[in-house]
Design a protein around this ligand. Structure first.
Ligand SMILES: [Zn+2]
Ligand SMILES: [Zn+2]
Length: 352
């Protein structure tokens, strides 16, 4: 759902219809299942928040949203309703994000991949840290949010998926296993990632991240959203980009993509003059809070930039250039191969 798609007025109309049809009637009319996570509180009654948001869309935009059109996570229905000023009650804690699981895995690894108890000082410390994280909006938390019990339980979910664990695993989620596998494959690097996230949280440097920056869903974030957001905000820093561009132009070099050679001015004329994006080439977990040097930035066109961030691990601009060249070479070879047998086949095939 895009910003502004539903209004308070639309929500009130949905609430009225809900009251008229009753919960069952309302949910079945629009194909929603009863909510398990978030509820809207209005005049001492509770409503299924996702269904309400989806139906409010009908009053505002002419069409109710189907359940699968409302995404989970940060941009979910409950958050939209909270932004419109409605009271949301959550019956369970929001799902753990990659950033949070990274910190929990780091703790589990430091403990030899053994579970930790809720009264362990390290668990209590992590609980406080997670509660201070800016990932989950306050309005979607309940009083149990990331308490020491929940954190301890997470270490159970993680450690019982470890390859050495002998016993029946709990119902953890796929993300736990994914992040743990990252730790098993690259323990030193992932420990550094965890350390950077911790340092950033303590220094309060993630607070400035805009929710819009977090919502770039097609950007891979193996190191978590917080470090990615930090990375992106540096890349979008206008003053920094201008300095980089001025330096390159000052050296008499062409303002072209370091991966594919695209030159915005060459294609778009005046409108493209002086335009290029910057990509920060230092890995997220290596880039500390020190000043960004111009040599940390690569000039890159918008397409190549997207392609770099699309999947982890991110290629360097040089690696991306090599893969573009490889693709060209493969295409030329394939075209040459295709050209040959087609002629031979043409001679043998009777006319149809
Ligand atoms: Zn390019
Ligand atoms: Zn980038």
């Amino acid at each position: 759902m895009r910003k502004g798609a539903i209004s308070r007025d639309g929500v009130f109309k949905a609430l009225t219809e809900y009251d008229e049809l009753g919960q069952d009637g309302f949910l079945s009319k629009y194909g929603y299942k009863p909510a398990t996570g978030y509820f809207l509180l209005h005049e001492e009654r509770t409503y299924d928040s996702k269904a309400i948001a989806g139906v409010a869309h009908k009053f505002d935009q002419g069409r109710a949203l189907k359940p699968d059109e409302l995404s989970g996570g940060r941009s979910h229905a409950a958050r939209w309703l909270a932004r419109l000023g409605f009271t949301i009650r959550s019956s369970r804690s929001p799902d753990w994000t990659r950033d949070e699981i990274i910190l929990a895995c780091d703790l589990a690894m430091a403990n030899g991949w053994k579970r930790l108890e809720f009264d362990d000082p390290r668990v209590i410390e992590l609980s406080a840290l997670l509660q201070a994280m800016p990932i989950h909006p306050e309005e979607l938390r309940n009083e149990l949010f990331r308490n020491p019990n929940g954190v301890a339980r997470k270490t159970v979910d993680i450690t019982c998926r470890h390859p050495d664990y002998r016993g029946k695993p709990t119902n953890g989620n796929v993300l736990d296993v994914e992040v743990m596998n990252d730790f098993l494959a690259r323990p030193t690097e992932m420990a550094k990632v965890a350390l950077r996230i911790r340092q950033g949280l303590v220094a309060g440097e993630f607070q400035e991240l805009s929710p819009e920056a977090e919502e770039e869903d097609d950007f891979s974030a193996p190191e978590g959203r917080l470090l990615l957001g930090r990375h992106r905000s540096r890349e979008r820093n206008k003053a920094l980009r201008k300095r980089k561009i001025d330096a390159v132009v000052g050296e008499g070099r062409q303002l072209a993509c370091e991966s594919c050679g695209f030159d915005f001015e060459q294609i778009y004329g005046d409108r493209g003059r002086g335009y290029i994006e910057c990509h920060h080439v230092v890995p997220l977990h290596e880039a500390g809070e020190g000043r960004t040097r111009l040599s940390d930035l690569a000039l890159i066109c918008a397409n190549c930039h997207r392609m770099i961030h699309r999947r982890a691990p991110w290629p360097t601009p040089g690696e991306l250039r090599a893969s573009i060249e490889q693709k060209h070479a493969d295409d030329r070879r394939a075209a040459a191969v295709l050209a040959r047998p087609r002629r031979a086949a043409d001679e043998q095939m009777p006319n149809l």
